[in-house]
Design a binder for this molecule. Structure first.
Ligand code: F0G
Length: 461
């Protein structure tokens, strides 16, 4: 046999395993009913393959676990904090660091400090918690992502890019003084894990400099963005991920990060900046909401695991296997002609529920319905990223009707095998085959904030 292309595999092996519960269809029907047809309300014990999120669900390495034993659990000045500070400086390039318990802790502090009532915050598509904190601080979020991002079938390589015209129009309309910063994310979670190009970041920076507007980065999955820059953008083929990350961050005044993603840990977050004044205000405010500025709501051991995770996350072979796994799964779906967001993203494959369940109107929650059906079929847990996540309009109180009505199958880092992906694919295909028989849902309980986490539904008869 002539081998045309060599396969690749993970640059690590499994040392510890966790048993999974195998459930029957009856078990799953009972569980999803009890959970109000919301996968966020399922008990994880009742889930077989958990693709709800890549957040905090990572498998840590032996190097990180060994570091956990070196936790310096001092209230103030823990040595693990200084190690993390060194690595944030070394890899992200920011002098000042404030740890927080997770990403939204950092979003809260940065929003409270930078945003005044009546401000506008342009960004490349919203993220749920990011936008909420910007709005709770009195701002209005404005989506300035390129149009391609709203079209699941568009195969542009950098669908996370900002539309410079949209951005400049907003700056002229409201005036640069009303824009505390541009909220840039790379890659863009809600758009399907689509990356932003380095060129676009440079262009945004140049435009914003000309108006005196700052730019901040949600660097939660920044290294995954850097992987796409290396693979897709001219001039970056030979650069290391660490070099690309350093360049990417160099354009921003500061970043906020949910360490539960890129940093390969189970909990943690931080903000980092080169602006001393913003740092000092954040360091002051963090003691009100999170904890002292050298632990920010985390244990010393968590800070150590984060610092070590930074060293591992920039490894190209690791990223290649991580994103390669997602590509493998996405390609199975593409071959079966099951509608997904293209190109395949960095942390997840997104099913296009609008097409998948095209007979279900958006206000009967097609993506929510699909999540429930997938769980019922096989115990695979996914997440709604459509009308339920989008929430209601602040002014009219009506549902926001987003163009993207998606189900996210998100891959924890270093956790599942290729066989798990095969089983997941078979389950999606099974549900796809009987899609015409599936009916929508009715919402019977709706919480005020971030409703997708706790809303409850019943099937429409
Ligand atoms: N920014 C982005 C881009 C995120 O994806 C998340 C979390 C946050 C900020 C907030 O961080 O959860 O640590 O408070 N995303 C998770 C997800 C919840 O499933 O996509 P956090």
């Amino acid at each position: 046999m002539k081998i045309v292309k060599r396969s690749w595999a993970e640059p690590f092996k499994i040392k510890v395993i966790e048993h999974l519960k195998m459930t029957s269809k009856e078990d799953r029907l009972k569980a999803i009913k009890e959970a109000g047809y919301n996968t966020f309300l399922l008990k994880s014990q009742d889930v077989y393959i958990d693709l709800l999120t890549d957040s905090g669900t990572n498998a840590m390495s032996d190097y990180q676990w060994a570091g956990m034993m070196l936790g310096d659990e001092a209230y103030a000045g823990s040595k693990n904090y200084y190690y993390l500070e060194d690595n944030v400086k070394k890899y992200y390039g920011f002098k000042y660091l404030v740890p927080t318990h997770q990403g939204r802790g950092a979003e809260h502090l940065v929003s409270q400090i930078l945003i005044k009532k009546g401000d506008y915050i342009p960004g490349n598509m919203y993220f749920t918690t990011t936008r909420l904190h910007q709005e709770l601080a009195g701002g209005t979020f404005v989506d300035v992502i390129c149009d391609e991002a709203h079209n699941p079938d568009d195969t542009s390589p950098f669908k996370g890019n900002i539309d410079l015209n949209k951005l400049e129009t907003l700056i002229k309309e409201v005036g640069p003084k009303k824009i505390p910063y541009v909220s840039v994310a790379g890659p863009v979670n809600m758009a399907g894990g689509q990356p932003i190009s380095m060129q676009n970041i440079r262009d945004v920076k140049k435009l914003c400099d000309s108006y005196g507007v700052k730019i901040w980065l949600d660097a939660t999955r920044a290294v995954e963005n850097c992987y796409f820059v290396k693979m897709r953008e001219k001039g970056y083929e030979k650069k290391t991920i660490a070099e690309i990350l350093k360049e990417m961050c160099s354009y921003f005044e500061g970043i906020w990060v949910s360490a539960k993603k890129d940093l390969l840990v189970n909990i943690g977050g931080f903000m980092a900046t080169r602006n001393k004044k913003v740092f000092e205000e954040t360091r002051n405010l963090v003691v009100v909401y999170e904890g002292l500025h050298t632990y920010g709501g985390l244990a010393g051991r968590d800070l150590e695991a984060m610092a070590r995770g930074i060293e591992e996350m920039v490894n190209f072979d690791y990223l290649h296997s991580r994103i390669g796994q997602i590509e493998y799964f996405g390609n199975l779906l593409l071959k079966a002609k099951i509608p997904i967001v293209k190109p395949i993203g960095g942390h997840a494959v997104f099913l296009n529920a609008r097409k998948f369940l095209s007979h279900i109107p958006q206000d009967q929650f097609p993506a929510q319905t699909l999540c429930a059906e997938l769980y019922l079929d096989s115990g695979v847990r996914s997440m709604e990223r459509g009308i339920v996540s989008a929430g209601r309009d602040k002014v009219t109180g009506e549902h926001k009707f987003p163009k993207l009505e998606l189900v996210r199958l998100t891959f924890p880092r270093r956790v599942y095998t290729q066989a798990h992906l095969d089983v997941t694919f078979e389950s999606v295909a099974e549900v796809y085959n009987r899609r015409k028989k599936i009916k929508g849902l009715k919402m019977i309980y709706e919480p005020k904030y971030l409703r997708f986490f706790q809303a409850r539904f019943v099937p429409i008869k």
